[in-house]
Design a protein around this ligand. Sequence first.
Ligand code: SF4
Length: 425
Amino acid sequence: MKIYLDTIGCRLNQSEIETMARQFRAAGHEIVASADSADMAVVNTCAVTNDAASASRGKIRQIARAGVEKIVATGCWSTLQPQKAYDLPNVMHVISNDRKDHLIADVLDLSQKSFDLEPITREPLPGLHRRTRAFIKVQDGCDNQCTFCITTVARGEGRSRTVADIVLDIQSALDGGAKEVVLTGVHLGSWGYDFDSHLTELTKAILRETDVPRLRLSSLEPWDLSNEFFSLWDDNRLMPHLHLPLQSGSASTLKRMRRHTTPKSFRELVFAAREVIPNVAITTDIIAGFPGETEEEFAETLDFVREINFAGGHVFTYSPRPGTAAARMKGQVKPELRKKRNHILHDVLEESAIYYREKFVGRNVSVLWESTSEMGEQGWLMEGHSENYLRVNAFAPFPRWNEVDQVLLNETDGEKMKGVILKSG
Ligand code: SF4
């Protein structure tokens, strides 16, 4: 059969459809780039915000209109709303998150053992979801109950994959040509808690047992990290970029969010990281307009974000998710005020991001090229990310997709940097 795989939302969802592609190929099926030519499609849905849930439904309807008669819905939204998923056109199977590892066997009515993943390398997906970097799932679920979070509801309790399985996956991605591996999970920093280990040990094992050229860590909850954790960056294959969700800079708001961090401990962690990792990019996530957020609390968050001087990040307008404690809280902030606070926070965050980018004008970075477009006389316009996650553009005489080059950065260009390729590797 021709199989089309699609996803909405996080890197974990992307990593899961990359694994499904390997499993379908191991079971003798072909992965196609678009729904138009597919016999079956799998959509990995998302429920993190109302918009993501609605985009998931829209994606399924679009694939049905493209003529695919067998659609499989999986992921967070369809796990939370299975009946609504079955009500969508051509949905034949709804596979919940806890059955996702068995999805191929379930929808093809095969025993899990009937196909062997081993010989199948992990390759970039064809079409829209083609990525140079391999997203590797190391854990799933979360044991925390942050009051705004629906993911912990949809993904269940925290569970870690073994070092051996993760190293095998990474080796398969390297055999498939990947130059950068990104470790991902629902709560990445909790890897190993279920067998008395820690992400530090996993990272050491990956750096010891593979020759991965570039290893990147996805979002990390601040309370999982100790100052010793940063000594891992003695190995320069570990990318100097830490994404640490702050969510709020106000201690009282963090308490209502049930976050295991405070502005004080967050500040200490950031300073410890900057002490040890040269030029480290610290990015973040912040929620604007959390229930009960007063003008004073919002002002605390603004001051704190200015003080920390992040290299960038995302600001989310609080979105009440049915089934979360925060959605039932008193003092819901008016939607227009949430949006207004989002814009103010976004501008403050962007100010420090510009400051961080400008520090790299005139410096060399190593860039993995992720997309390319032909630009006539000027050659090919490449776009990619540096080791500290700067988005970089440069021209090349021929396409250099999935290649790593040394680049001299010579100017900032909005949210990107412009540079000149010095040499490859
Ligand atoms: S730690 Fe992350 S995944 Fe877990 S409940 Fe909090 S926000 Fe959700």
